[in-house]
Design a protein around this ligand. Structure first.
Ligand code: GLV
Ligand code: MN
Ligand code: MN
Length: 412
């Protein structure tokens, strides 16, 4: 069985961390100068590992094995949240590189075809899972049109600034692959709380996101009596409160919702706000609670609009992500590898975060494995995992990759 090189793995992971490092965190949002620098570095690392490497027209870094036979695609994303941790996405990307090298160094696995990928914009600066959607042909021109980041920069301009305008976009050659495996930090506390070292991911939650726009009348905060006001912020607070009261009544076991961004204009103490907007995101492992949340939203907005005064519009801000079940056949290989390296110390679990694997699973069989996150912290500079867990997860992935490909080639 192939042996990964822990020092080489950790050194490359730390190098990637240094590109866009801010204190202990990383700021490398999709298409930023640091993101593109990291992608060029990865491409050169893929080449050194013997892969044919390219950055495609949406910024995906793709490394293709020269070996024959069924291939396995490994990887994750190297873009980060606006203030991100060093492992979210980056770990799975460097695992893929290390597994390619480890399999190439072992006589029993050196003929196996492992491809590596770093997807672009998993973290939704412009369009969540942009790179994986593009790779499977699920990114339509209509989805890209008019897409802007929080500063108003268009996706088209970001592609141009990154030197990607006109660069061909790669389409996944589906018949080439036995599947895709994404390794990731858990980003939550379940593994740590249970004292387990590997999570075998059974499914990924679905997600929808809505932006509410509130249009009222800006006015003087001293002279405008309460009954005459059309206060956009007051409508925002009321809607947010009613959502928090009503969602628990229709929520599923794994339902979560977040109102993590809002704007009040002109954001001044002595002015009744004339405009506000609010982003709501909700997730669950099943469609039914997501549909129920959508129905609650439609009812609340209609109810508040019927009163007159502030006018509320609700618009989806992203293509929905459907809940996904991961491939049972691939998961068995990960379980067997986890049992070999962490006997009795792994568990099956769903993912509360979304991942590119959820998108890729629409095209080819996909699976995921998790390692523990210290304190369950992620999407924060403080995100971290123990070196021993990082090393263990990569070894489990290497073994699983070798056995997935051995089986796929025996069948072919
Ligand atoms: C992906 O990073 C997510 O927000 O789940
Ligand atoms: Mn991630
Ligand atoms: Mn993330």
């Amino acid at each position: 069985m192939p042996r990964i090189d822990p020092e080489r793995l950790l050194a490359d992971l730390r190098h990637l961390r240094s590109i866009g490092a801010q204190g202990i965190g990383v700021v490398r949002p999709a298409f930023s100068a640091k993101d593109m620098e990291a992608r060029r570095w990865l491409k050169s690392r893929y080449e050194e590992a013997g892969l044919e490497a390219a950055i495609d027209g949406v910024g995906n870094v793709l490394g293709r094995s020269r070996n024959a036979g069924k291939a396995l695609l490994l990887g994750s994303h190297s873009d980060t949240q606006p203030t991100g941790g060093w492992l979210d996405g980056a770990m799975g990307v460097i695992y893929a590189l290390e597994v390619v090298r480890a399999l190439a160094a072992d006589t029993s696995t050196r003929g196996l075809a492992v491809d590596a990928v770093s997807f672009q914009d998993e973290e939704s600066r412009f369009l969540g899972c942009l790179g994986s959607r593009s790779l499977i042909g699920a990114l339509t021109p209509a989805m890209e049109e008019g897409v802007v980041d929080n500063s108003g920069l268009t996706l088209a301009e970001a592609l141009r600034q990154a030197g990607l305008a006109g660069v061909p976009r790669v389409n996944l050659p589906r018949e080439r692959y036995a599947g895709f495996v994404e390794a990731h930090i858990e980003q939550g506390p379940q593994l740590e709380d249970a004292g387990r070292r590997i999570g075998v991911v059974t499914g990924i939650v679905g997600l929808r996101a809505i932006r509410f726009v509130f249009r009222g009348q800006q006015n003087h905060a001293g002279t405008t009596m309460m009954a005459r006001r059309k206060d956009a912020a007051a409508a925002l607070y009321e809607l947010a409160h009613r959502i928090n009261q009503e969602f628990p009544q229709v929520a599923g076991e794994r339902s979560v919702w977040t109102m993590g961004r809002l704007r009040v204009e002109p954001n001044a103490t002595s002015i009744v706000p004339g405009y506000a907007d609010l982003d709501l995101q909700f997730r669950d492992a099943a469609e039914a609670p997501l549909d129920a949340f959508a129905a609650v939203i439609a009812r609340l907005v209609a109810d508040m609009n019927a009163r007159g005064g502030v006018k509320i519009e609700a618009t989806p801000t992203r293509a929905p992500i459907a809940p996904t079940r991961l491939d049972a056949g691939l998961l068995q290989h990960i379980e067997a590898a986890a049992e070999r390296h962490a006997p009795g110390n792994w568990q099956r679990m769903p993912s509360g975060a979304f991942h590119d694997a959820g998108i890729i699973s629409a095209a080819i069989p996909a699976a995921m494995l998790f390692i523990p996150s210290i304190g369950g912290i992620s999407h924060d500079f403080a995100e971290n995992s123990r070196d021993e867990d990082i090393v263990l997860g990569c070894q489990v992935l290497a073994d699983a990759a070798a056995s997935i490909l051995a089986e796929a080639n025996a069948r072919a």
